[in-house]
Design a binder for this molecule. Structure first.
Ligand code: NAP
Length: 169
């Protein structure tokens, strides 16, 4: 008799736990669409411009489109002017109401004077978000003393990964 009650109790707890886990999964999947309001990123940022480094390809370019969709004006920064011009055109085609500016800058350049020039360009607008997307790593995993390009590559990796988040603030 006691064993029966124990089995029923344990079974009920297990059943409740399984139902709880199923509801949790459903809540995590559907919750954002059903229960929550999307965050007003522009309001949170407190300014209408977003700066995106490495903005003309891949992840950076996707950020530009998403931020433009949310109503941000975008300041594009990367090395190649033709790609910047094309990216500006692409964004404006889809989001004609936002403003796009761009600055060419090679982030392997550590010169404080050149950084100052970049910052004065960026500071002409009211920036609420920085997407520091530009980054660099070795083409493939390698022992550090055998990395292709040697010290130049290692120095560039350090400069590109450390200076922008430190100085573009
Ligand atoms: N894709 C992945 O699977 C992955 C995974 C982990 C981390 N990441 C990181 O995410 C970031 C973006 O990756 P992604 O795959 O989207 O890169 P991507 O498609 O190669 O695009 C790189 C962007 O950065 C710009 N750029 C590259 N070197 C630059 C430099 N020295 N100075 C200024 N701009 C520069 C490029 O434009 P220009 O050539 O015109 O300068 C381009 O707009 C990188 O930091 C990468 O390390 C990517």
């Amino acid at each position: 008799m006691n064993i029966d009650w124990f089995a029923i109790g344990a079974g009920s707890i297990l059943l409740l736990y399984i139902v709880y886990r199923i509801l949790l999964v459903l809540f995590n999947i559907l919750g954002p669409y059903v229960f929550f309001q999307p965050i007003d990123l522009k309001k949170k940022a407190g300014a209408s411009w977003a700066v995106v480094t490495g903005a003309t390809d891949g992840i950076g370019k996707s950020y530009c489109f998403e931020l433009a969709r949310r109503g941000f004006n975008i300041y594009l920064v990367s090395r190649t002017e033709s790609k910047l011009v094309q990216t500006k055109k692409d964004i404006l085609l889809k989001h004609p109401d936002v403003e796009i500016r761009y600055a060419t800058f090679d982030f392997t350049n550590p010169s404080p004077i050149d950084y100052q020039k970049l910052l004065s360009q960026l500071n002409a607008v009211n920036i609420g978000i920085l997407i520091n997307n530009v980054g660099m790593f070795f083409e493939y995993p390698e022992y550090i003393h055998q990395v292709e390009g040697g010290l130049d590559t290692l120095a560039n990796v350090a400069i590109v990964n450390i200076l922008p988040p430190t100085l573009v603030v």
